[in-house]
Design a protein around this ligand. Structure first.
Ligand code: KG4
Ligand code: ZN
Length: 347
């Protein structure tokens, strides 16, 4: 049995969690997430403000996670911390704090890749969400389609050529006058929209595309974003059109995500699909993906919203796997704005 503290500060959530476990049997003992609402005023994350907010909240957030788990610092076996990718100034707050803790407690430090954390999130809730499976990670900064042969052994099938899925949601939200981050507001608005008034293209989703084509698994959302912008500009009554525009945008984006994921699951003979990242909060996406893949006998696993968006439990879970593999990070571990997931190979 190992007891691990996870720390996440890559963007605008200060989060800490305690997990206890052995192999695939891991229990979440606590999870604290402090979201920095201040960025709403600016319509996007302001890096310098994010770092300062992490500084003021990291100590109480970690203390609360330990108290809720009824664990004392001296009981911990290791500290897992996000060191990439993300805002370097934000990452450095969590990373420096984790290093100081590991040094004073004389326990191992395990650096975790944020996207590997998203990959592990649903495993905390569904014991069956384990490899082999097809993974679709959709967040504010990434859109990754990955074949997961085993934990730690990843094949990158496709990624976005331009905007990430969450980024497209956020930009469209802005065009429609919705708050930041806009994904969930677009989903809410789309629910009352008509699917037949507008139709936007499906980027890189050609019917006659073949597995060897380089766009077979790739994503592109910038054309869709421009189509939305044109519809917004052409509208004479945006208030009455915006739900229909949101609906057409979401229909296009979701269909692309689903079809590319279905292609990957079929090509690799996987009977499980695992979703991760903030856009996996989108219930319309999860429902449509589940219904579409049911006919192929593929089961879809999506984390609950709390574990889909940025949180330290997923970081502790991925760190737990790395810790059990014998991985230890040096105290010189650096923060990186971008870095490939460890074990990720090009297809
Ligand atoms: O994984 P995450 O919390 O942070 C990153 O690592 O980027 O993802 C945040 C993204 C934002 O773009 C947000 O708009 C999007 O997740 N998001 C959603 C929904 N809830 C959050 N997108 C679509 N529909 C939602 N319901
Ligand atoms: Zn994330």
């Amino acid at each position: 049995m190992a007891l691990i503290l996870g720390i996440e500060t890559s963007c605008d959530e200060t989060s800490a969690a305690v997990l206890e476990g052995n192999g695939d049997d891991v229990t979440q003992k606590s999870l604290i997430i402090l979201s920095q609402d201040v960025h709403r005023v600016f319509g996007g994350v302001v890096p310098e403000i994010a770092s300062r907010a992490h500084l003021t909240s990291i100590v109480p957030v970690v203390e609360k996670a330990l108290a809720e788990a009824k664990v004392e610092l001296g009981h911990l076996d290791a500290i897992a911390v996000t060191h990439a990718p993300g805002l370097v100034g934000a990452l450095l707050v969590g990373l420096s704090y984790a290093k100081a803790l590991a040094l004073t407690l004389n326990i191992p430090l395990v650096g975790v890749h944020h996207m590997e954390g998203h990959l592990f999130a649903v495993a905390l809730e569904h014991p069956d969400a384990k490899p082999p499976f097809t993974a679709l990670l959709v967040s504010g900064g990434h859109t990754l389609l990955i074949d997961v042969e085993a934990w730690g052994s990843y094949k990158l099938l496709g990624s976005t050529r331009d905007d990430a899925a969450g980024e497209a949601f956020d930009k469209v939200a802005k065009m429609l006058g919705l708050p930041y981050p806009g994904g969930r507001y677009v989903e809410q608005l789309a629910a009352s929209g008509s699917s037949s008034r507008f139709r936007f293209g499906r980027g890189m989703l050609r019917k006659n595309s073949l597995p060897n084509d380089d766009d077979y698994y790739a994503f592109s959302f910038s054309g869709l974003k421009t189509a939305v912008l044109n519809a917004v500009k052409a509208s004479i009554d945006l208030e009455s059109d915006k739900a229909d525009i949101a609906r057409a945008f979401q229909d296009s984006l979701i269909e692309t995500l689903i079809e590319k994921t279905a292609r990957a699951a079929a090509a690799f003979g996987r009977d499980r699909v695992v979703l991760g990242g903030g856009v996996a909060c989108n219930n319309t996406l999860v429902k449509a993906m589940t219904a579409r893949l049911e006919s192929d006998n593929v089961k879809v696993f999506a984390p609950s919203p709390r574990l889909s968006t940025d949180n330290a439990a997923m970081i502790a879970r991925a760190g737990f796997f790395r810790f059990e593999q014998g991985e230890r990070s040096p105290l010189s571990l650096a923060a990186h704005a971008s870095l490939p997931i460890p074990g990720l190979q090009a297809a």
